[in-house]
Design a binder for this molecule. Structure first.
Ligand code: PHE
Length: 340
């Protein structure tokens, strides 16, 4: 028995494998159910008790040597897989299909890209906001209808200790206020984000949607600068060459305007979406009200600026001819897959 053990020890010592399969065969030869070690243990049962003591130690020495050999071989050739599995993890797979971006993300990215080319950077703010940043800091009088329960989701009423009322922001203009409080002019930012309004969900309205806001404040910024910036955006995004500014009202801008794009009246669809006028309303805009500037600590004698804001859903619906706003929030893959 001692001879066999010595012979096997030498064999184990000398063994080298050229791949997983070699190692596996080696393992089966020594440690398998009908392997050499089992044979030796069978033989071990038959020897005399005083021999057992020595032989037991010798057998264990062999067993450990085999196991160590297997461990070190596996380190260099990878773990041995049983032949039944037949799995080769190193084989290349077929092509992994690409997912697709959400249409709102595609359009947001395009808009940010267009403004980044003329020096605008991206700013961000919280969706749960205090009254100051959503309304008061933007010159909304206390009785303004936008604060009405029908529009705003209230999170927390005004506290007894004077804590401000908390709301879900109804527009991204709140980020303007934060930016003006924290940065010194020149400020040139675009602010995309989700906003909330307490409205019934339909094909044209939703209780959550997305806006993108722009703000530019510096010395001597004029209405003409605003018009040129918005014209540039329209040309880049829609490929349309004509805009018009209609007088409008927002509490935080003066003067205020709605910007329309001339869409044209080439096709039947053009008549439908422009209601036969050829014009489409795209965004609200205006010169930042001096009262808003000074409320955020910017000197209106020295600085002026403009702001604009638009709904990302609306623009995406125009871009891809989507008729129902709810599509954006249902995450139906059949819808989403069309935008890869
Ligand atoms: N905050 C306005 C809205 O939600 C849009 C707007 C932004 C108008 C900036 C003017 C300037 O309707």
């Amino acid at each position: 028995m001692q001879d066999k053990i010595n012979q096997y020890l030498a064999e184990v010592e000398a063994f080298s494998a050229s791949g997983n399969q070699d190692t596996e065969n080696f393992r089966i030869k020594f440690l398998g159910r009908k392997g050499l070690l089992n044979d030796l243990f069978e033989e071990f049962k038959t020897i005399s008790p005083d021999q057992k003591k020595v032989m037991g130690q010798e057998l264990n020495k062999l067993k450990n040597a085999v196991q160590q050999k297997i461990d070190s071989l596996q380190q260099s050739t990878g773990p041995v897989k049983s032949s039944q599995e037949g799995m080769d993890l190193t084989r290349p797979t077929g092509a992994v299909p690409y997912g697709s971006r959400h249409p709102l993300s595609i359009v947001r990215g395009e808009i940010l890209d267009i403004f980044s080319r003329i020096g605008f950077t991206v700013a961000d703010g919280p969706e749960i906001e205090d009254d100051w940043h959503v309304f008061s800091g933007l010159n909304f009088p206390p009785e303004h209808p936008a604060r009405d329960m029908q529009d705003t989701f209230f999170i927390r009423k005004k506290g007894d200790n004077g804590e401000d009322e908390m709301v879900l922001r109804t527009h991204t203009s709140s980020v303007q206020v934060r930016a003006m409080e924290n940065q010194k002019p020149p400020i040139r930012i675009v602010m995309p984000g989700r906003v909330y309004r307490n409205e019934a969900v339909s094909a044209r309205a939703h209780c959550q949607f997305h806006q993108i806001e722009g703000l530019y404040i510096d010395e001597g910024v004029s209405f003409a600068d605003m018009k040129q910036t918005l014209l540039y955006f329209t040309q880049e995004f829609f490929g349309k060459a004509k805009i018009r500014l209609r007088p409008s009202y927002f509490p935080f801008t003066e003067p205020s305007a709605e910007m329309d794009v001339y869409w044209g009246l080439q096709t039947e669809a053009d008549y439908r979406i422009t209601k036969g006028t050829g014009w489409l309303e795209i965004m609200g805009c205006g010169m930042v009200d001096p009262a808003v500037l000074s409320a955020s600590g910017i000197d209106p004698q020295k600085y002026s600026g403009f702001a604009f804001g638009m709904g990302i859903e609306r623009i995406t619906m125009l871009r891809y001819q989507i008729d129902d706003l709810r599509m954006f929030f249902e995450n139906d893959v059949r819808f989403l897959k069309q935008f890869s």
